[in-house]
Structures are given as structure tokens and as C-alpha cells.
Design a protein around this ligand. Structure first.
Ligand code: ADP
Length: 569
């Protein structure tokens, strides 16, 4: 086992890795940006090294600074956590070059799974079912139209280099293809420096199922059962559970076997997740493989009684897997919710601020809190919005659901907007408690989940010029606010006769219009970036750009006037 490891991450995952390392007697080195000097992970670790200023690209994404920190502190291995450089093959290679063990899969496995289209082609060749679709080199609009016609609408465009739901668009008919391709390519180019697209059949009411897999350097590969991550907003998970509700033992065995076969196709080592999408008939198709530990790994830990970070450390140190497939048993049911600094009433717009009060349920054998924050912390725009995870376990699903409801009651955060009330409403919703979930759950039950006094008293504006700003998160190409849901807080950031303001502080990632340009309702005017998400500002109505106050790269404060759209003459 290692004597000392460096954790190339922050927040709850860094704290969580420290917890296991400490139990195993492994020393920990935290790294921190200037925004995180007093952060929880820094206080918890044995040692801490400053790696640069607040923006992630100047600190947590700087491979050279991380490797220098590992060397100067005498760490032997680097745990990348998730996000940041965890799936970056070059970083894994740099670690090896510097004589450091990268706690993750091989460089080749990361590369093989890094492109959604290459991974699908590889899996199809290995006999794993993939969603019907087109993952080819040819990128013309005509080609996408022909492929969509062949598989039948609706179809889903995805960025080949994608992640985080960016560059994804549902296209319901040929008339939408050109515009959707255009905006998806722009979003993907801005986010990944790669605008290539793939298109696949859009499944209606699917479930997101994924399987935890683990491989060691001796060639053993096992799975630790599945997780159901169907409850999503903006195509991003917010609640995960294990095992999948309503799954038979036979379906479970079949999916586990499929996942191990997928991992074997790339000689997988370490922790990985094979993601599947399941149609209403229960048929599962490979979607992608994540070559790292996942945010939702604790639900798997609860149902199997294993510590997956310990497994990662042991495998990276060259030890064999602690258990064989037959020895991995499943017990009870576990659910995790992600407590995020975001505002569900404004289409889950991330929010920044200072955490004033913080209260979590007491931890115990069936309640776990993985937190990355403490009272007094500043939630900045530089990192993602995940504050903490509440994870509960019960003898069966109803018991776990009940425990989740209680845990959310006992959770309180003030000073920064969070999704706690939304999660509490979700945990009580009859469709959720019945286990009848699919990825459209939140969209379908939005009204019930958001019903709160503030929202209920808001007035629906009739004219687009009166409505809230043109904010759209990276979800469907439509107004997220104007038509669904005005809110008093959103109204305060609303345009007055076409002035578009920033609803939160952020960085202007790209500007898509010039002064004097004619724009149409729904056009992407500019893209703001905050808390690892990109937000497209859309034209609220047809008009002309009569004022443009920002340029790409600029930081803007909440409420800053970005541009003015005047009605077309
Ligand atoms: P990303 O890597 O950007 O997060 P994924 O490919 O993992 O994107 O997909 C994210 C989510 O989008 C899935 O969990 C699912 O809810 C939805 N999704 C993906 N592919 C399809 C599809 N073919 N049909 C319907 N929904 C899909």
C-alpha cells in the first residue's frame, strides 16, 4: 500500500478520499487554489499544497502544478477524483512519466473510451448492443438528415467529445435539423474544442442504468451491480439509487455480464462505470463508459458493504481485487441525492454565495453525508455546484425512501440557494415513491416538484418583452423561463424592453452576434460559463442587437447588462 497520496481534486470527493486513506494509514496531500485556502478538504488532509489562482484552468486543471505538488510532497500516487483531470489520458501519462502511480485505469483505456463515437464503434464490434445511430466521420448536414430519416425521428444529436449534457439536442423533425446542428456544434466547439457530432435514436421514457465495474492488474474483472440514475435535470443526474427498482434477478445478472464484457473489451483496470440506456421494454443499450469513480458510487458501497476508494488504492498498488464475483453480495436498497447550490425555480441555474448555516443529519450505519463544505465557505462561480451528497440505506426501497425524507428534513443550508426543498418534494412524490421513474420524470412533474409559495404567487407574463431573460441552461432548445415559470428572483434580473442581463456572475465564453445584427427569437446570442456549466443567452424575440457590452473572456457580475435587443424596425 502507498505511504502517501496526492488528491488532485477538491470538495466532497477530496474529503471522501481522505476519509478512506486515513483509515488505511495512507498519508494525504491536498491541493488548493487561492479560493480554497480554508476549504474543508485542505483542513482535513495531512498536508496541503497551493497550486494556483481560483479559475480551475489555472489550478485544478494544471497537470504540471499537480505533478510538481506530488513530487515536492513525496507522494507516490495521485487520486484524480472525478471531474477535472480524472478522465484525461495525457494527465495519466504525465503522472507515469513523473514516476507517480495514477489511481485509475490505463492511458489506453481512458483514450479508447474518451470519444463517444469511437467507444460505440468498439462496443458494437465486441457484440455489446448500442443505441441505433450514426457515429461516422462524415459531418455534413445532408448526412445527418439522411441518417435521421433512416432511423426515424425523434433523434438525439450528441457531441462526439461530449460530457455534462453539452452539445446535446433533441430533433423532432427534418425542419429542425440545420438549426439544431448549428447550435449543438457551436456549443461543443466552445466546450470541447471539437464540434463533431453523432446522432442516435431518441428513446422515449428511457431509464439510465449503469453498472459499477472493477478490474485488477492480474486480469480479474467483476461488477458490483447496477445503479438507476434516471432522475435527471438538464440530462444530468440528481438522484441515484441501487439496485434498480423493478429489476428482476435475471435482468440484473444479464446487465452485469454485459458490463463486464464491455470492460473486458478494453482490458479495464480500476474503477469504471458502464452506462446503459434502457427502453420501456427493458432492452439495454451501451451509452458510454466512465473511466473513473462516479459521484454516485456511495449507493453501490451501501448495498455491497465495500469501500470503492479502498479498492481503487489496492488495485493501483498492484494488489488483486478484494473479492471474487461470487463473493460480492447485494443487501437492501440505497439512495443518494445531490445537494447543489442551484435554483430549481430558475431552471436549476447555479447560485453562488456564502454558506451561513449548515445542518446535516447525523451519520450512522444507514445515513452518510459526503460534504465538501462547512459554514462560512464561499461557493464561487469557479467550480461546480455540488455541495454535499446525502446517502441513505434501508432494508428495502420503501425503508430507504423514508430515511431519505427524514434526512432531507434534517438538512439545512442558508446563505446560498440550494435544491433542498426540490429534493424533499421529489422524495415524497408518489410516482417516485412507487419507483416508476424514467429520465423524463422531472420534466413531467415539474409543477408538483416546484410548487412553493413564491412561485405560486408569480404572474405569467404575456409578452416576450415583458418576460424574464433569455436564459437557457444546456437543455432543450427553448425558453426555460419565459413560458414555464416566472419567478420573483428571476424577474429582478429580467430585461426591460430587451436588455439582457447576467442572472449570476460568470465568464463570457463566446459571443455569437455583432452590433447591428438581426436576430430571431431563440437565437443564441452569447454563452456564459459559470460553475462548470455553459448557459446560452437566447434572443427573447425577433429584433436587432442595438447595444453589445461584453466580449469573450470577460467576467461579468450578476445583473450586468450584456446586450440590448431592440424590436426590428
Ligand atoms: P453526457 O456524457 O453529456 O452526460 P450521455 O450520453 O451520458 O451524455 O447522456 C446523458 C443523458 O441523456 C442520459 O442519461 C439520458 O438521460 C439522456 N440520453 C442519452 N442518450 C439518449 C437517447 N438515445 N435517448 C434518450 N435519452 C438519451
Amino acid at each position: 500500500m502507498f505511504r502517501k497520496i496526492l488528491i488532485a481534486n477538491r470538495g466532497e470527493i477530496a474529503c471522501r478520499v481522505i476519509r478512506t486513506a486515513r483509515r488505511l494509514g495512507v498519508g494525504t496531500v491536498a491541493v488548493y487554489s487561492s479560493a480554497d485556502a480554508g476549504a474543508r478538504h485542505v483542513l482535513l488532509a495531512d498536508e496541503a499544497v497551493a497550486i494556483g489562482p481560483a479559475p480551475a484552468r489555472d489550478s485544478y486543471l494544471r497537470a504540471d502544478a499537480l505533478i510538481a505538488a506530488a513530487r515536492s510532497s513525496g507522494a507516490e500516487a495521485v487520486h484524480p477524483g472525478y471531474g477535472f483531470l480524472s478522465e484525461n489520458a495525457d494527465f495519466a501519462a504525465d503522472c507515469a512519466q513523473a514516476g507517480l502511480v495514477f489511481i485509475g485505469p490505463t492511458v489506453d483505456a481512458i483514450r479508447a473510451m474518451g470519444s463517444k463515437s469511437a467507444a460505440k464503434t468498439l462496443m458494437a464490434a465486441a457484440g455489446i448492443p448500442v443505441v441505433p445511430g450514426y457515429h461516422g466521420e462524415e459531418q455534413s448536414d445532408a448526412c445527418f438528415l439522411a441518417e435521421a430519416e433512416r432511423m426515424g425521428y425523434p433523434v438525439l444529436l450528441k457531441a462526439v467529445a461530449g460530457g455534462g449534457g453539452k452539445g446535446m439536442r433533441v430533433v423532432t423533425g427534418p425542419g429542425e435539423m440545420a438549426a439544431s446542428l448549428g447550435s449543438a456544434r457551436r456549443e461543443a466547439s466552445a466546450a470541447f474544442g471539437d464540434g463533431r457530432m453523432l446522432v442516435e435514436k431518441y428513446l422515449s421514457q428511457p431509464r439510465h442504468l449503469e453498472v459499477q465495474v472493477f478490474g485488477d492488474t492480474q486480469g480479474s474483472l467483476v461488477h458490483l451491480y447496477e445503479r438507476d440514475c434516471s432522475i435527471q435535470r438538464r440530462h444530468q443526474k440528481i438522484l441515484e439509487e441501487a439496485p434498480a427498482p423493478g429489476f428482476s434477478a435475471e435482468q440484473r445478472r444479464a446487465l452485469g455480464t454485459l458490463a463486464v464484457a464491455a470492460a473486458r473489451a478494453v482490458n479495464y483496470t480500476g474503477a469504471g462505470t458502464v452506462e446503459f440506456i434502457a427502453g420501456p421494454d427493458g432492452q439495454c443499450f451501451f451509452m458510454e463508459m466512465n473511466t473513473r469513480l462516479q459521484v454516485e458510487h456511495p449507493v453501490t458501497e451501501f448495498i455491497t458493504g465495500q469501500d470503492l476508494v479502498e479498492w481503487q488504492l489496492r488495485v493501483a498498488a498492484g494488489e488483486p481485487l478484494p473479492l471474487t464475483q461470487e463473493q460480492i453480495t447485494l443487501s437492501g436498497h440505497a439512495i443518494e441525492v445531490r445537494l447543489c447550490a442551484e435554483d430549481p425555480e430558475r431552471d436549476f441555474l447555479p447560485s453562488a454565495g456564502t454558506v451561513r448555516e449548515l445542518r446535516f443529519p447525523a451519520e450512522g450505519p444507514e445515513v452518510r453525508v459526503d460534504a465538501g463544505i462547512q459554514a462560512g465557505d464561499v461557493v464561487t462561480i469557479h467550480y461546480d455546484s455540488l455541495l454535499a451528497k446525502l446517502i441513505v440505506h434501508g432494508a428495502d426501497r420503501p425503508a430507504a425512501v423514508q430515511r431519505l425524507q427524514a434526512a432531507l428534513q434534517q438538512t439545512q443550508v442558508t446563505g446560498v440557494r440550494t435544491n433542498r426543498d426540490f429534493l424533499a418534494a421529489l422524495a415524497k412524490h408518489p410516482v417516485f415513491t412507487a419507483g416508476a421513474v424514467d429520465t423524463g420524470f422531472i420534466a413531467a412533474h415539474r409543477e408538483d416538484l416546484l410548487r412553493s409559495p413564491v412561485v405560486a404567487s408569480a404572474v405569467t407574463p404575456a409578452d416576450p418583452w415583458d418576460t424574464v431573460d433569455g436564459w437557457r441552461l444546456n437543455g432543450p432548445a427553448e425558453f426555460c423561463l419565459g413560458a414555464d415559470r416566472p419567478h420573483s428572483a428571476a424577474r429582478s434580473a429580467a430585461p426591460v424592453s430587451g436588455v439582457l442581463t447576467a442572472p449570476m456572475p460568470g465568464r463570457v465564453a463566446s459571443v455569437h452576434v455583432q452590433l447591428g445584427a438581426t436576430v430571431h427569437r431563440g437565437d443564441v446570442l452569447l454563452v456564459l460559463e459559470a460553475m462548470k456549466m455553459e448557459h446560452s443567452i437566447l434572443a427573447p424575440a425577433d429584433g436587432v442587437v442595438s447595444r453589445l457590452n461584453v466580449v469573450a473572456g470577460e467576467q461579468v457580475d450578476e445583473g450586468a447588462e450584456l446586450l440590448l435587443i431592440a424590436p426590428a424596425p
